[in-house]
Design a protein around this ligand. Sequence first.
Ligand SMILES: [Zn+2]
Ligand SMILES: [Zn+2]
Length: 144
Amino acid sequence: MIRTATCRCGGCLIEVQGEPIANLVCHCSSCKRRTGGPCGWTVTFRRDQVLARRWAFSIYESDGTIGRVVNSFCSVCGTTLLFAPADFPDIIGCAGGCFVDDPVGEPTVSASDDLRCAWLQLPQGWDVRTSALAERANGAAPDG
Ligand SMILES: [Zn+2]
Ligand SMILES: [Zn+2]
């Protein structure tokens, strides 16, 4: 199956083939700020699953629990559509909510769940993961 994800204005588009490697929501501060929502929704694919792109992307880099990430966002509407973690060069993360016409299905992982908004309840059965270990390992403040 080929799915299309677009930014809000439609200026940026990607096509991906096959099923995601991972389908997760993340509650870290980085994902909250990136989306403006209570969590980020990320689906990951191998780079060779990304068939086509069209963009007016701009780029910024950020640090989080998975290390340095290159974020590609639409320079017109601001939607961050793609994230490329430096430590996982074969993987591309895509904003799950941007697959509006070709839904990617229900996430199975709640990442940085200890940072989840207290009012946000998740379905049963997801793999719940904490951010604490990563924060401790980095000796960093809980900032993604
Ligand atoms: Zn746009
Ligand atoms: Zn996150």
